[in-house]
Design a protein around this ligand. Structure first.
Ligand code: IPE
Ligand code: IPE
Ligand code: MG
Length: 252
């Protein structure tokens, strides 16, 4: 089935987030080192980004490295960091050609120096691009993100900068890494694992979730279009009942 052709262009999500999982298993199945899976996964990043820009999706967030991933064997962590540096450097031109802006979420201060510098450079050099915003979640932990937000808000309260009544959902949202970015309407996870793994806990509160058994290095544009197609077949009720939504849609 050609899913792209079947999409309703009036109902393309504004923000799609992906947990890119399964690189290690993909490589192991082929009798290769896990790092071969990570390197091949870069091609799937290009596929997802091309599909997103094609559909004019405004934000694409990719979970690239969690705070928990530091617990992997040192050789794998080092390999992943090297891959990040080389990939960002080699893709920079293409990001600019395609008008893609790069942002990161997570604690980038704790990344190796070379990685941090490459990232900062790419963020700076793409800052005026107006197309899709590619958000890399790097050294990211949602619990840590929420903890940091709570601490910053508590500090402002202590300093008398805000009143207790001003602490609302919007204020919390504005203290997350994703301040100013709308919540993802759709979250995709590859590799058959059905969990969130400390990713965007606040932001995914009402997202549609799409789990696919496809391993990340096998993920192609068509898989992305399929996820959007299935997303469009769902009714997002936000607590209401179907009849109310039908009535609302009639008035659109
Ligand atoms: C995802 O693939 C990439 C990262 C977490 C960095 P994995 O490396 O988790 O692959 P599996 O889950 O072991 O197959
Ligand atoms: C989640 O994948 C993190 C990234 C994709 C970067 P993991 O493979 O680390 O997650 P778990 O261990 O299956 O929860
Ligand atoms: Mg994994």
């Amino acid at each position: 089935m050609n899913y792209k052709e079947k999409l309703d262009i009036n109902r393309i999500p504004e923000h799609v987030a992906i947990i890119m999982d399964g690189n290690g298993r993909w490589a192991t199945e082929k009798g290769q080192m896990r790092l071969v899976g990570h390197a091949t996964g870069v091609e799937s990043v290009r596929e997802a980004l091309t599909a997103a820009t094609d559909l004019q999706i405004k934000y694409l967030t990719l979970y690239a490295f969690s705070t928990e991933n530091w617990n992997r064997p040192k050789a794998e962590v080092d390999g992943l960091m090297d891959l990040l540096v080389t990939t960002i450097a080699s893709e920079l031109e293409s990001l600019n050609t395609n008008d893609v802006r790069l942002l990161t979420i997570g604690n980038s201060d704790e990344l190796p120096e070379s990685c941090k510098n490459e990232l900062l450079n790419a963020v700076k050099r793409t800052e005026n691009n107006k197309g899709t915003v590619l958000i890399l979640a790097l050294n990211y932990s949602s619990k840590l993100e929420i903890k940091q937000a709570v601490k910053r808000i508590a500090e402002k309260y202590k300093q008398g900068e805000i009143e207790l009544d001003e602490i609302n959902e919007e204020l919390i949202q504005n203290h997350l890494y994703t301040a100013g970015i709308p919540d993802p309407e759709l979250m995709i996870r590859t590799s058959g694992e059905i969990r969130i793994s400390n990713f965007l806990l606040w932001q995914l509160a009402y997202s549609e979730l799409h789990f696919t058994p496809v391993l990340w290095p096998d993920f192609k544009k068509e898989d992305f279009y399929r996820a959007i197609y299935e997303y469009q077949s769902r009714q997002r009720r936000f607590g209401m009942i179907a009849e109310q939504l039908n009535e609302l849609n009639k008035n659109d």
